[in-house]
Design a binder for this molecule. Structure first.
Ligand code: HEM
Length: 513
């Protein structure tokens, strides 16, 4: 009767002793101490990955291995870690091998991580070319209009800024997420998708998005209802897109959106994209940007509600540029939006403190030597990441590094405009630009601030994110005052993109008497 518990206890003791006293392979990075084999550091990482990584970094340095659900993960941290991570060649440090099983059941086959790296880079180029500044010029108006309609039509009445109505409250994640979906569909996705949102399509999108939870990364095929909903939703959503695309192919519509753009693209070998590829790329575009932009917008609103002084400065900036002498708002233009330093700083600072993509993964396809500049063992030697390990990069860690940012945990947008930053934002430096096959971008490998990643897998949605989140924030700030009357929410890391935790209540409305 007691044999089983005793055997388990003995096994645990052996596991602990093996970590404490057994001689260690000196070429392997240190392993984070854990009590239970297989389970490893799952609990402490899952609760707060960024805190876990920072604590381990203090103890073990920039490179260490830990276990999640039995999988060995080697973290490479700090500026040198980012550089190592983002400059890795795809046949050595592979994003495809790390992400394929996670994203393909959601996006569908034949695109992104389900194709060879070179094909994905071509697909990335098609999408990037469709996200052009010319398109963004039209988007600003469409987004502002959609947000205004949303507020006019919503159940709660929205008092004007400066009026003296009672405070109300709203769920910031729901509201911002809905705005993000509506505005992405009326801009990137096209009129048919926008119309479809009024049907069961919206629920199907939510079900499909449910397939991007953290647990799906480790267990892509569990017999759970959420997985079945994900698979059913993908089939239904593909049908909707395929019908739209076939209808467009028949030549009866004249739209100027991403679907129209993709219909005219061909691979280097002359092959045009199939309807299935276009459908799957549109889903990837939708879901790739949905949670990240919703998280950025939600965190920014929460910070503004906690800092009415900054919200007031944003309002003044809007009033200075867009309020005419009769008290009417002039429409925002793309150029104006890009040139508003306070709005820009609010988004930048939010992405620094609450980066939606906090940890990124690659798979080591070979044994990889760690450069000595990143980490070296105490004896002369070199660390090797063994083939098969996941490799984890986290710009979130350098973005709150006290060696780089003064008072790093404080959300303080002013740091971006008052010269406090000790590093150069190299977005515009031509000597730091490179083309990885999908357009010119800044390398960014030296920067401690990388919310959109860097290198070959760098985000192509960055400008759209600024346009979408910026226009939503600007429109909201014109129409309401914000207050936060609960403690600032913690991060929720159950999803791959870190959202504010619920429950929270959010003072939303107009003016105080
Ligand atoms: C890649 C962050 C919005 C599409 C990435 C990466 C990061 C990131 C960190 C690099 C991933 C890696 O190296 O593993 C963000 C943030 C966003 C945002 C913080 C919003 C605030 C968007 C939007 C879109 C988008 C709106 C689409 C319209 C993509 C694509 C990639 C990417 C296609 C390339 C993936 C690859 O090459 O492997 N994003 N993103 N993102 N993002 Fe975004």
């Amino acid at each position: 009767m007691l044999a089983l518990p005793l055997a388990v206890l003995l096994l645990l003791m052996l596991h602990v002793l093996s970590q404490l006293i057994a001689p260690r392979d000196k070429t392997r990075p240190p392993v984070v101490f854990h009590w239970i084999p297989f389970w490893g550091s799952t609990a402490s990482y899952g609760l707060h990955p960024v805190r876990f990584l920072c604590t381990c970094r203090e103890k073990y340095g920039n490179v260490f291995t830990f276990y999640l659900f039995g999988k060995p993960i080697t973290a490479v941290l700090g500026k040198e870690g980012n550089r190592f991570f983002f400059s890795g060649e795809p046949d050595v440090l592979s994003a495809k091998d790390a992400y394929c099983q996670f994203f393909t059941p959601v996006f569908g086959e034949g695109v992104i991580y389900d194709v060879p790296h070179e094909v994905f880079m071509e697909q990335k180029k098609f999408i990037k070319s469709g996200l052009s500044p010319e398109k963004f010029r039209a988007y600003v108006d469409l987004i502002a209009e959609e947000v205004d309609h949303y507020l006019d039509a919503s159940l709660f009445s929205v008092p004007q800024h400066g009026s003296s109505t009672e405070w109300a409250s709203f769920d910031v994640i729901d509201v911002v997420s809905e705005m993000v979906v509506l505005t992405a569909s009326s801009t990137l996705q096209g009129p048919e998708v926008r119309e479809a949102l009024d049907t069961s399509f919206a629920q199907q999108l939510r079900d499909l998005n449910g397939g991007l939870a953290a647990i799906n990364f480790f267990f892509p095929h569990l017999p759970l209802e959420s997985y079945r909903r994900r698979d059913r939703a993908r089939i239904k959503i593909n049908e909707v897109y395929t019908n739209i695309i076939e209808h467009r192919r028949s030549g009866t519509t004249q739209e100027d959106d991403i679907i129209a753009f993709l219909l005219n693209q061909t691979y280097r070998d002359g092959r045009p994209l199939t309807s299935r590829e276009i459908a799957h790329l549109m889903v990837a575009l939708f879901l790739g940007g949905e949670d990240t932009n919703a998280a950025a917008g939600s965190w920014a609103l929460l910070h503004l509600a906690e800092r009415p002084d900054i919200a007031e400065e944003l309002y003044d900036e809007q009033a200075k540029h867009f309020l005419d002498s009769d008290g009417h708002w002039r429409p925002m233009t793309y150029e104006h939006l890009r040139a508003l330093p306070k709005l820009d700083a609010v988004i930048r600072e939010t992405l620094r403190v609450d980066p939606p993509a906090h940890t990124l993964m690659r798979k080591a396809l070979h044994d990889i030597c760690i450069p000595q500049a990143l980490a070296k063992p105490s004896e002369d030697g070199i660390y090797v990441i063994p083939k098969g390990h996941f490799v984890l990069g986290s710009p979130a860690v350098t973005q709150i590094d006290a060696g780089v940012f003064t008072d790093p945990m404080k959300w303080e947008p002013k740091r971006w405009n008052d010269g406090t930053n000790v590093f150069k934002v190299d977005d515009l430096d031509p000597s730091e630009q490179v083309d990885y096959g999908w357009g010119l971008v800044s390398k960014g490998l030296h920067s401690p601030y990388l919310p959109f990643g860097a290198g070959k897998h760098r985000c192509i949605g960055e400008q759209f994110a600024y346009v979408q989140v910026g226009t939503i924030l600007a429109t909201l700030i014109r129409r309401m005052e914000l207050r936060l009357d609960i403690p600032f929410p913690e991060h929720n890391y159950q999803t791959m993109v870190s959202m504010p935790s619920r429950p929270f209540d959010f003072g939303r409305p107009s003016a105080v008497d």
